[in-house]
Ligand binder design. Sequence first.
Ligand SMILES: Cc1cc2nc3c(=O)[nH]c(=O)nc-3n(C[C@H](O)[C@H](O)[C@H](O)COP(=O)(O)OP(=O)(O)OC[C@H]3O[C@@H](n4cnc5c(N)ncnc54)[C@H](O)[C@@H]3O)c2cc1C
Length: 668
Amino acid sequence: MAEPRILVVGGGLAGLACTMRLAELGVHVDLVSLVPVKRSHSVCAQGGINSVNALTRQQGDTEWKHFDDTVYGGDFLQHQPPVKEMADWGPRIVDLMDRLGVPFNRTTEGFRDQRRFGGTLYKRTSFAGATTGQQLLYALDEQVRRREVEGKVKKWEFWDFLAPVLDEHGRCRGAVCQDLVTMDFKAFPADAVVLATGGNGLIYGRSTMSMVCTGSAVSRAYQAGAWYGNGEFIQVHPTAIPGADKLRLMSESARGEGGRVWVPRKPQDARDPRDIPEAERYYFLEERYPKYGNLVPRDIATREIFDICTNDGLSVEKDRLCVYLDLTHIPRETLNRKLGGILEIYEKFQGVDPRAMPMKIFPAVHYSMGGLWVDYERGGDGGMVEGSPRNQQTNIPGLYAIGECDYQYHGANRLGANSLLSCIFSGLFVAPSLLAARGEAAGADEGSKLFDAEVRRQEERHRGLLARTAGDENPYQLHQELGNLMTRVATVVRRNDQLAEAYGEVCLMEERWRRCAVSDTGNWTNQNVVFTKALGDMFPVAKLIIKGALLRDECRGAHFKPQFAMPGIEATDPAEKRAEAERWCDRFEENTRKWLKSTIAACDAEGNPQISYQDVDTSLIPPRPRLYGLVGADVIEDVWKERQAARAAADGHAGQHAGTAAATVAAS
Ligand SMILES: Cc1cc2nc3c(=O)[nH]c(=O)nc-3n(C[C@H](O)[C@H](O)[C@H](O)COP(=O)(O)OP(=O)(O)OC[C@H]3O[C@@H](n4cnc5c(N)ncnc54)[C@H](O)[C@@H]3O)c2cc1C
């Protein structure tokens, strides 16, 4: 058998972790990336990476609690075995990155420093100042370079993944990519192809994500038959700097280090914020969520900030929606040591020193919980079977997905600092699965008809675009329109009438895209044509996001439709409160039965999503109401616990009967 060869597309944290591990296992890796791998979007990650640690263990924390926080924060929409496995690996992953040289912040005693992130009460987040992604990425890059020198890895930077190549049985045999300098096409035969191509924030025009995050590779795999899971779940981060060109993140670490969100109680109070006395400030997150305060999960913080500005009319500015994020009570030295990276960003783009003046921030599109549907094999301990060829495999045999581009770990809402963990974890964990998958495939030659045909198809598409000089549509303008539409209808608040209308508008935009003219018709580093292609591939994904959101008539995590919201308890009389809580729990149970399902989109021949639903494995932690700060949460919780106890007792009773019956059968 020829030596194994795997194609990894994407050199962010997920792709590099996977490449490093594969090379360690002796596998040859072709690593393809749109940008130099050190410029992958992961380099922008700021706040940190989660895992249980020595400090939190002293307070009673465990891997199980990290797992529980993750599924509770994600509103139970993720299969639990992969999440459990990830939480179990967390401490080892952070130790590994430490050993690889990541300069994590230290306490004066020399231990790794930790900060708190949203959706947990423990300080689980390790960080390297506020440039954690960069430090992690560079550490993995060093390891991959080492393997490159040994001849195990070949990097193809400035290459665009265009399509997977499938054989007559529908198995992925490799891919076709394009050199973005010479514009040449090349087939990459491989025993397996792994997509580690990150998120797709550019579908929303402006977001906190890098300008290469178009989601093009995932869309191409989806159009070739891979399923897309939970597309409607898009994270809108609570705190970003609004900007005309893009939206720049102010990491949750700012609140993790004690940053406070507030607005003046008097609408558009014109005073310098530093002159507004405490009593005239509304720390709305702290008042409404006393337990988690400024560190409620992101979906909740985002809705509150949105609500305080749009419904309560308390935006700091009249013409631009924003609230204050205040760090001015924290000593300068601490801020510089722990948050220097992000404070420089604010200072540079706003011209204001955030150590001295509260920042003005507003929510922004940030992350995609949805992504390519991937499989896993459940193990006896409730986690995953290591090395199973099913782990991280899409529905196309031989095609895998890891990192932000898969849908597996974060359910309906991602907890801060869990993404870096899921990226590195899925990258490391998938490697032996890829080797196992290889046993199921026999290699094909680069020269085979299969690859030639796909290369030709891509060349024709490319030539067709270059020939479109007479079109009357401008791709950059069209992109702006798409972004504005998506931001308006498919972010914080969603309404069915708007979504239905938007679906039609996106279809029309897709038609208009066919008339886009490219102004650069050259065949050397032609970014114009590359962007136009990527734009064309945004529409199928935009449609599945909208359709998934339209069909999901409930509120779950980041997906919020006011029409289906379940408000807290209004009654004050104890008996009436109790009755209301019973009704609330009835409704919650009914909704769980109906909607605790993954949305699966399959692309039909016309490029439209066909939606179906898949049950979620919640066998380890039964779904429970997500009650952060809800009015009447205590009564609802009491009712819920009583119901669970009654069920457990009934099950035990039934179990005893079953045991007796079995014994009777055995005796007879
Ligand atoms: C500003 C910001 C700060 C963040 N901070 C944190 C944090 O502190 N903690 C945390 O847990 N999460 C954080 N996140 C989320 C986290 O950074 C990302 O989810 C994660 O880095 C994604 O890594 P990845 O390896 O999946 O993809 P990426 O790092 O995005 O890499 C994608 C790779 O795919 C390549 N690629 C894409 N398309 C193609 C194509 N068509 N052909 C070839 N190659 C392609 C790219 O070149 C790149 O190499 C943050 C996100 C943002 C936006």
